[in-house]
Design a protein around this ligand. Structure first.
Ligand code: HXC
Length: 260
């Protein structure tokens, strides 16, 4: 398909990682409606493509994404937000079965920070800057910022970030548990692809069950989550890939997973 504001390609030695680069440099990858629809379409295509095992979303060295498009938003009204379901489309990313890695260089602000947090793993370049500046322009985060920061970093951090709009560094983000690794900016994309390749080398069906189980932790009580995990764990024994994985271990060889 032809995209206007993203570049989509297959990367990795086995071409089994889907790469999406946000590509609207003049506006620092601000998430205009057309960009969001390119992005969700590309993710859906990779999600449905059995040759792809993981997805990487990145921006440029200067900006992952500088937020929702302020020029598109300025004249909105409450009722037009309701009737357009403003920015609900972005949420479609969270229904992707395959792991999505956000490789964040430069600014991840507002909707850009929220987009990164919708992904499953965040790797940050050492000069990345995060923040939820909405409060400084008279609004609040609208794509999960107040909720996901609170859940991953606790109340005090979430309040401070959302109420001040102050930016925070990759190093601070790592300390808070928002990002899992900091990488020199020029190696970020390569390392993120390696992570994608590692995940793509596993059984796709088991990867999907594993992702779903971790996500359950954010939706339920511990007892319910443990119960869900146990059922999923039992379910893995209904797959050929579980037999293959354990047989390969016992035979001291590497497994050939089949997605069955
Ligand atoms: C529209 C944007 C934009 C945005 C940058 N641009 N961010 N356009 N929406 N969010 C445009 C600028 O207007 C400018 O265009 C060009 O990108 C370069 O930006 P500069 O400001 O000149 O760059 P710089 O001085 O380097 O500053 C970088 C920056 C700053 C610190 C990231 O651009 C900035 O503060 N941007 C806004 C960040 C923000 O408030 N985001 C939250 C949006 S609200 P021209 O044409 O002038 O060259 C939000 C709500 C979430 O995200 C709701 C759910 C998704």
């Amino acid at each position: 398909p032809k995209y206007e504001f993203i570049l989509a390609s297959r990367v990795g030695e086995k071409s089994n990682v889907g790469m999406i680069q946000l590509n609207r440099p003049k506006a620092l990858n601000a998430l205009c409606n057309a960009l969001v629809s390119d992005l969700t379409n590309a993710v859906a295509l990779f999600d449905n493509d059995s040759s792809i095992g993981a997805i990487v979303i990145t921006g440029s060295e200067k900006a992952f994404a500088a937020g929702a498009d302020i020029k598109e938003m300025r004249d909105l009204t409450f009722s037009s937000c309701i009737s357009k379901r403003l920015l609900e489309e972005l949420n479609l990313l969270t229904s992707c079965k395959k792991p999505i890695i956000a490789a964040v260089n430069g600014y991840a602000l507002g909707g850009g920070c929220e987009l990164a947090m919708m992904c499953d793993i965040i790797y940050a370049g050492d000069k990345a800057k995060f923040g939820q500046p909405e409060i400084t322009i008279g609004t609040i985060p609208g794509a999960g910022g107040t909720q996901r920061i609170a859940r991953s970093c606790g109340k005090s951090k979430a309040m401070e970030i959302c109420l001040t709009g102050n930016q925070f560094t990759a190093q601070e983000a790592e300390k808070m548990g928002l990002v899992s690794k900091i990488i020199p900016a020029d190696q970020l994309v390569a390392e993120s692809i390696k992570l994608g390749e590692r995940i793509a080398s596993m059984s796709p069906v088991i990867v999907a069950l594993c992702k779903e189980s971790v996500n359950r932790a954010f939706e339920t009580s511990l007892a319910e989550g443990l119960n869900f995990e146990k059922r999923m764990f039992y379910g893995t024994f209904a797959t050929k890939d579980q037999k293959e994985g354990m047989t390969a271990f016992i035979e001291k060889r590497s497994p050939n997973f089949s997605n069955n």
